[in-house]
Design a protein around this ligand. Structure first.
Ligand code: GLA
Length: 679
């Protein structure tokens, strides 16, 4: 298919030209109708091809229960269609109108200590509320019926950032729903008693009717109950999404659906949700004050790319410049918004959208940047947005290409929920921190990395990295063991493989299900005191610092790669390696300093035969490849503050600098981007 052909991947005809979609959230209800014509004209100027509209339109579209006013929205849709701007149409259910909570205060969510969350902000609904879902799906039915055949409709945007403000609710309706969910999961209450270890502290239940969500209790609520509540809460949100999706599928079976993830969000299991979406989309808000913000954004992008096995995804929201919700909200310095947008594309995005089109005049987000700032078109932000829109439009051939990885990093929401529960050897363990500690050296080495759940097929990978997989099912441990036996390489960090699906310890010596493959046993956990560090002695004679965790490792076939050089565990293994089957399994029993983590990652990659996309790049330069249908693009992004000299293995042409000759030497300015392909 030629990229200029305006047919989407799923075969539907679409309004916008093929290529990377560009645009943002459009909230026309915040402005008088006269402004809309200017909006559309300026969208054309900025090469906007898609907007996501209607996200917060419920109160205006249904001003009174069952009374709909879509006339204004028809005019918005028509204007956009006439201008050739496609619409990712929101289902309008993200923020219920005041009349709904006045008539039905029972839809309002409650906290664990029984406080009600009132309207006045947004997302003030209990995810289990039948009344909320009934009103939401009724609205969606009307919306889908009305716009099914509208030429502007390209896809559906269901809800908005599920779980952003109200990921969990402890009200009575949630409690009843939780009991229903538990009785489906366990069948009879004795199975629940077993799973929750209720023999402990006299918690045995005689019937499901006695079970409550983990509300504020005098001390640690049952951990398995908390874990199930996290699962249930994720599921309750997913059921809200699915209820709307069911309506949309019935009325518009050919229109793809998505919902936007909030980065990698603890309360929403992206892998489970992705299976229910046609395209995955995500919101990422880099922090310009954080020099490593591109690394954590890179992690989110890779999770998103991996969620539907490499399928191109959408950057649904990013800030054109500053946000309004951190303590200090710095703007994106010149060129960084372009760089970070290209980073999304380099990591597989086929859409670059923002929150939001026109900066609000009032309301809580009036100081959040927008594509069209308060200052209008004569602003740096608008110019940078417009230039990027035009630049993206000049390379439509990138859309649809994909990246492949030889390395997978394992992330499991169940384990994340369980890891961060209270009453552990340390409460300082944080799943995303430790995942990032493993991800960063791969990212900086230019090694492409998928992020996968533990039950994903691993056969395509050479190296699998497992950061803190505290909860591990036997069958997933067997999969990891089989992966190494068959020639794969595995890097596992501390406090992994400790409990089963019900947060019960795998007996037989920690980490029982991984003992064989790792060739060791952990006898005692030994977290150092806060701020305390321990030395780690490496084979080359260097000593690095570690902190957060240590443990007594007893070798059972593995060899010591580095040992502790100070503290109570001095002389005991800190890093081990086990040759097992055709592969090898490495274990890290502490949190290494970044330099040591980098050296270890390099060594493990070398052993696994995994290399970077381009060798010899400065650490600040990111390189990725997207390919498909005979097209191949190498993306180079300079995240540093200095220009970078880059030697290419062969002469290549930069698609962003048409007319310039192919070359094998590039000087990439700070924040510079090149999209290279062979002439
Ligand atoms: C989220 C929401 C948007 C907006 C932005 C502001 O991503 O989805 O509606 O509030 O945050 O950063």
């Amino acid at each position: 298919m030629h990229p200029a052909d305006a047919v989407a991947i799923d075969g539907r005809r679409r309004l916008r030209p093929a290529g990377i979609a560009f645009g943002g959230d459009y909230n026309p209800e915040q402005w008088p109708e006269q402004v809309w014509a200017e909006d559309v004209a300026l969208m054309k100027e900025a090469a906007v091809t898609m907007v996501t509209a209607g996200i917060f339109s419920w109160a205006k579209a249904e001003p009174r229960p069952g009374e709909y006013d879509f006339g204004w929205f028809d005019r918005v849709m028509d204007k956009l269609a006439t201008a050739g701007v496609a619409v990712c149409l929101a289902t309008m259910t993200a923020s219920p109108p005041p009349w709904l909570s006045r008539l039905h205060p029972e839809i309002l969510p409650e906290t664990a200590d029984g406080r009600r969350m009132w309207p006045g902000g947004r997302q003030h609904y209990c995810p289990s509320s039948g009344v909320y879902r009934e009103h939401a799906t009724r609205l969606v039915e009307r919306l889908a019926t009305r716009y099914a055949g509208h030429p502007a409709l390209e896809m559906w945007h269901i809800g908005n950032e599920y779980g952003c403000h109200t990921p969990m609710c402890w009200c009575d309706e949630s409690a009843a729903d939780f009991r229903r969910w538990l009785s489906e999961r366990y069948g009879d209450v004795e199975a629940l008693n077993d799973a929750w270890s209720t023999a402990f502290w006299a918690q045995h239940y005689e019937s499901f009717d006695e079970v409550l969500p983990p509300r504020l209790a005098p001390t640690f609520p049952n951990p398995a109950q908390q874990l199930d509540f996290a699962r249930f809460s994720d599921d309750a949100l997913l059921r809200c999404y699915l209820a709307e999706k069911e309506v949309l599928r019935r009325i518009t079976p050919d229109v793809p659906v998505t919902t936007n993830f909030i980065g990698v969000h603890k309360h929403v299991d992206a892998f489970r949700w992705a299976a229910e979406q046609d395209v995955v989309s995500v919101d990422v808000y880099q922090d310009p004050h954080d020099p490593d913000t591109h690394v954590s954004a890179g992690f989110v992008f890779d999770v998103t790319r991996s969620a539907r096995a490499g399928q191109p995804w959408m950057l649904m929201e990013q800030a054109p410049s500053a946000v309004n919700w951190r303590h200090r909200n710095g703007p994106k310095p010149p060129g960084r918004m372009r760089l970070w947008s290209w980073q999304a594309v380099a990591q597989g995005a086929d859409a670059v959208l923002y929150f939001q089109w026109r900066q609000s005049r009032g309301g809580a987000e009036k100081f959040h940047s927008a594509m069209l700032p308060h200052g209008g078109t004569g602003t740096r932000t608008f110019r940078e947005v417009r230039d990027l829109g035009r630049e993206l439009a000049s390379v439509p051939q990138i859309a649809g290409t994909r990246s492949t990885a030889e390395v997978a990093l394992v992330l499991d929401w169940n384990s994340w929920w369980a890891l961060e529960l209270d009453s552990h050897p340390s409460t300082a363990l944080n799943q995303t921190d430790i995942a990032l500690a493993h991800y960063r050296p791969l990212f900086e080495a230019g090694v492409t990395c998928d992020v996968v759940p533990p039950d994903r097929d691993l056969s395509a990978y050479r190296l699998v990295v497992v950061p803190n997989l505290y909860l591990l099912k036997e069958q997933d441990a067997e999969r990891l063991t089989g992966f190494v036996r068959g020639g794969g390489h595995l890097l596992v960090s501390f406090f992994s493989g400790i409990v089963d699906d019900c947060d019960r310890v795998h007996l037989g010596g920690y980490p029982a299900p991984l003992r064989e493959v790792l060739g060791l046993r952990v006898e005692e956990f030994w977290p150092p005191a806060e701020k305390e560090t321990v030395d780690v002695r490496h084979p080359d004679g260097t000593v690095s610092r570690a902190d957060l965790w240590s443990e007594v490792v007893v070798l059972e076939g593995a060899q010591t790669v580095a040992d502790f050089g100070s503290g109570p565990l001095a002389g005991r293994p800190a890093i081990t390696r086990h040759s097992f089957g055709e592969g090898s399994a490495w274990y890290v029993a502490t949190r290494l300093a970044p330099e040591a983590m980098r050296a270890l990652t390099e060594e493990v990659c070398r052993t696994a035969g995994v290399g970077p996309v381009l060798a010899g790049l400065p650490r600040s330069v990111q390189a990725t490849v997207r390919e498909g249908d005979g097209r191949r693009f190498v993306f180079l992004l300079n995240h540093g503050q200095e220009p970078a000299e880059i030697q290419l293995p062969e002469p290549m042409a930069d698609a962003l600098a048409p007319g310039t000759a192919s070359t094998d030497r590039i000087t990439l300015p700070a924040a510079g981007v090149a999209v290279l392909s062979k002439p």
